[in-house]
Each structure stands twice: as structure tokens, then as C-alpha cells.
Design a binder for this molecule. Sequence first.
Ligand code: SDX
Length: 435
Amino acid sequence: MTDSKKSNNGPAFIEHNKKTYELPVYEPSIGPKVIDISKLYAQANVFTYDPGFTSTANCASSITYVDGDNGILLYRGYKIEDLVENADFLEVSYLLLNGKLPNNKEKKQFDASVTNHTMLHEQMSKFYTGFRRDAHPMAITCGVIGALSAFYHDSTDINDPLQRMIASRRLIAKMPTIAAMAYKYSTGQPFVYPRNDLDYASNFMHMCFSVPCEDYHVNELLSKAMHKIFILHADHEQNASTSTVRLAGSSGANPFACIAAGVACLWGPAHGGANEAALNMLEEIKTVDRIPEYVNKAKDPNDPFRLMGFGHRVYKSYDPRARIMQKTCHEVLDALKLKDEPLLQVAMELERIALEDQYFIDKKLYPNVDFYSGITLRALGFPKDMFTVLFAVARTVGWISQWNEMIEDPEQKIGRPRQLYTGDIDKEYVNIDNR
Ligand code: SDX
């Protein structure tokens, strides 16, 4: 860490075994300062202990900033609200990747570079036929992305910036095609090729919902909603799946393998799988009068049930994405004349009751980005098991931006945490016949 980062309030000190250790403190551009403990083990022969990394910064990053107490989300310094309102998904993707908004010429070039790489190698469609038709689309997506490295050897040298840029654009371009093919495969309908005359979101919806027997016209408002949903999910600092991508990348693994690792981690119901789980929960609750029963279950320490789409490791206030997601949900349901959707009523009443309940107030539990996304995606025509796939499509640009930043960071080395060992020691080996 360069000296310019050092805090002018001076170092921190740790007292241990009657010795004092001085630890440098670094200034962020915004948010908490960090104490550099990287030399602590060498100096004091002790590890720090932080399961789940609740108080640990694993890198310096200039991509995304999350202020959990004030519900603020910035992509490269721009407010998420401004980006969702004014930009399309590829403009935000350019921003996340390059650190600045594109001018008209740069945007045109970037759009063209993504659009012209949306097709998959024809051999890759054979992977799909190896899966059962009822395979979860996340299982298919995870497998097919990992297989990309078998087709694109010319963009796997992570030390070549040109190859990193080619791999990044290939991943952004091909994710919608891979996802749409996973959906089509589950329906038994033929794959639909990408179209170069459609924008990113419209192309994705066309690949998912068009059939060879008739023309398909993307509804302008719905594709705008799709862009907003992709933007909301594009990046989110050092969340579990992004940290997975960084850790995989720290070993020098190729970008396709790293993104496949990120998809696998995102699938968990505590993370990106929460949008599917949240809709399952709303469908199980079914009616407003059953909400108190489920709120009580969520509060019962002996019941593992949690309100899916509620709570967050960082947001201890309203997730700004949830507010925008709720608004987009209303826009989509209104456009589709579904505004009496019963699950929306259940979701809004559940939110109202939970936000007034002392348990949720004390634990600072608010709706997160996954709470309203499920209702919106179902209204757009996606089945539940595609929700996390859509999250992965959007998050690919965040993962690959963070991966590039890590590769270019001179401080980064292979990630290798230590442990607090609590197992046996000095055990005598006993022959199997005497056990
Ligand atoms: C995402 O990290 C990111 O940025 C992720 C993400 C991104 O964009 O990448 O924002 C996307 O993953 C959003 C989160 C989606 N997950 C869910 O909606 C699943 C439900 N939420 C919970 O599982 C939970 O809130 C987590 C996993 C999201 C956060 O858990 P933490 O930070 O580890 O907090 P915790 O589990 O320690 O909970 C603190 C307390 C606990 O009670 P006590 O042990 O203190 O008594 O709050 C309780 C929890 O039991 N609690 C909940 C709850 N979430 C936490 N109780 C009821 N319902 C919930 N949803």
C-alpha cells in the first residue's frame, strides 16, 4: 500500500504478551479506515480471527462502494439511482470495466464489440443435450461457462491485458446466450440465435421468448425494466461470489474458470439464490392473513426459517436496490395489467409488518435486492429457476471488473487464509486390527 494511503491520524497499536505492535492505518476515499495486519503474524506469531470476514478488507478497490448504514450504492462514484435512471446496461458495464462513462464513440464501439461476440461456438450447444431437461439452469450455466475455457484458449493468458479484455468482453457478450439456451433447453423449445439489431436486454428477451413460428416484438417498457434489473445486479463490492472470483483468480486460474466459480457461489440461497427462495416463500405464505405465522417463524431462534429477501451483511438500512426494484416491479405489473398480483400484495404487507416489528428493527433487517425481484421476473415471463441465472448474467461484468482489478493490483498474491486449529495433536497410530 503506497504511503499516500497512510492515515494522518497515525498507526494503530496492538498489545500482546507484554509487547506492543504498531500497525499502519490507511485512509479510504470514503468509508471506514483499514488497519493493515499483513505483517502481524511475522511480528507477533498470531493470526486474527474473523469468520465470514465481517470486519476484514481483503483488497483495495475503486469499483463499487456500499454504505450499509445510509443505504448508498456507488458504481465508480456514480449513484445507483442515477445510473438506473439514465444509462443502459452496457453503458454501466463500460463504466465498471474502465472506470469512466463512455462518450458516444466509445459507447458505439463497446456495444459493437459485445454484440459481435454474442454467438457461442456451435459445438457448445452439444453440452446442453448432455443434461436432463429438468436440470436446474444454474447447474447448466455453471458447467457451460467453465467449458468456455476449452474453446477460447486465445484469451486465457491472464498476464496479457489484451487477452484479459477479449475474455472480459466474451463473457459479457455470451452470458445472455448461455442463459437463454439453458432456459430454452428446459422448455424443449429450439435455441434462438442472438440478433445484432437488438440491444443487450432486448436480445436476451428475444432469445428467451421468441419461437421460430412467429415474429416476436420486445415490449420497449419491459426491455427497459430488464436493463434496470441488470444494472441493479451488476456489482456489489466484495460479496461472497465476487470474493470467490477473486480467490480463484489469485491462483492464476483462467477467467472462464473464475466466473464459473462465482456462479457456483452465487447459487446459494443466502446469496444470489435468495430471489428464487423469496418467491417460493411468498408463494408458500400465499395470503396476507398467513403473514404473522411466518414472521413469528422468522423470529423464532429455534426455527431455521428466515424471511428470504430480508437482511444483509452490509445494509443495516433499506437496500437502495430494493427501493428501485419495488418501483420497477410496479411499473412492470402496471404495464402487464397485473397490478392486482396477489403476491405483490403479500410482499408489500409482509414488508410493512416486518418493518414495524421490534425484532426486525433491533436486528436492522430490511428488504434487500432479492425481495421484489422475483415477482418482477415472474411477471416478465421467467420461471423461478431462471432468477439466479439472470442475477449471474448481470453480475458477470462486476465479477470480471473485480477480477481485472485484482490481476492489475501489485499487492495481490495467492489468497491463503490461516485458521484457529482446534483438532487433536500427537495421536499414536493404532493398527486397524487393534482399534
Ligand atoms: C445478496 O453481500 C452482498 O452484497 C450480497 C448481495 C449482492 O448484491 O452480492 O447483496 C446479494 O446476497 C443479498 C442477500 C440475499 N439473502 C437473503 O435474502 C437470505 C435471507 N437473509 C439472511 O440469510 C441474512 O440476512 C444474510 C445472509 C443476507 C446476512 O446474514 P449475516 O450478515 O451473516 O447476518 P446474520 O445471519 O448473522 O443475522 C444477524 C441476525 C441473526 O440473529 P441472531 O443470531 O443475532 O439472533 O439477524 C437474523 C439472524 O438470525 N436474521 C434474520 C434474517 N437475516 C438475519 N432473521 C430473519 N430473517 C432474515 N432474513
